[in-house]
Design a protein around this ligand. Structure first.
Ligand code: ZN
Ligand code: ZN
Length: 238
């Protein structure tokens, strides 16, 4: 796992598949997503290496239920006492009570999806014992007020987190950056692509300087302009 400082209070944690982010308010940490199976050990080590005791992890906010974002959450919560939070529509899947609805793949996504599945670590992972359920518009107590933005489409209960005081947006897989050229893209493997596009427009309307995606390099300045340019393309394509 790579650890990259994006801002003094924000680190990117990059796994073989997918990414998580660590936000710091003073001595209190918030993790946005928790990586694939087994990521808890690496994340715990990164927290220690950055000089924080494990108990400083106060919460783990999951952008959606997919394994590459939830894999480390159960073990980390058990080890640190952190609260786990997810949207009310995805929380039952996160807890393992119901299976997650599979994506409805576009033809061009089928080989991509098969390839991506090969890179996910095999095996199950510990599910969080309890998951606090979130709704659109709630404001969480980190980053000087982190607003929950419900962005259905990738999953039914996908969320983004917008920190207006810092101009930071965590998109989960509602948005991605191209591994080829870093351009901003609609996330792939959606349960409802039309709704995902609507959600993308909602995110593009926010005032954002730094955009942090579930996959691909973050945009570290004037991110709103990059999102709006891509959003305009989807509008034109309709
Ligand atoms: Zn996903
Ligand atoms: Zn993902």
């Amino acid at each position: 796992m790579d650890v990259v400082e994006l801002l003094p209070q924000l680190h990117l944690l990059r796994f073989r598949v997918g990414q998580a982010y660590l936000w710091r308010d003073g001595t209190e940490l918030t993790l946005i997503d928790a990586g694939p199976t087994g990521a808890d050990a690496d994340i715990g080590e990164a927290i220690r290496a950055l000089g924080h005791p494990p108990g400083s992890l106060r919460r783990i906010v999951l952008t959606h239920f997919h394994d590459d974002h939830v894999g480390g959450a159960g073990e980390l919560a058990r080890a640190t006492g952190a609260e786990v939070l997810a949207h009310c529509l995805d929380a039952p899947v996160v807890r393992g009570e119901v299976p997650g609805p599979p994506p409805v793949l576009e033809d061009w996504e089928i080989p991509l999806h098969a390839e991506a599945a090969k890179h996910l670590p095999p095996g199950g992972f510990a599910r969080p014992q309890s998951v606090t359920e979130l709704s659109d518009g709630e404001v969480l107590d980190f980053g000087d007020g982190a607003r929950v933005v419900h962005v259905p489409g990738h999953t039914h209960g996908g969320i983004a987190l917008h920190l207006p005081r810092h101009g930071v947006l965590f998109t989960g897989d509602a948005v991605a950056a191209s591994p080829v050229d870093g351009s901003v893209l609609l996330g792939v493997f959606n349960v409802d692509r039309a709704r995902a596009i609507t959600s993308f427009h909602r995110l593009a309307a926010l005032e954002t300087d730094v955009a942090c995606f579930g996959h691909g390099d973050p945009v570290l300045g004037q991110a709103a302009a990059a999102l709006r340019e891509t959003a305009d393309g989807y509008r034109a394509a309709r």
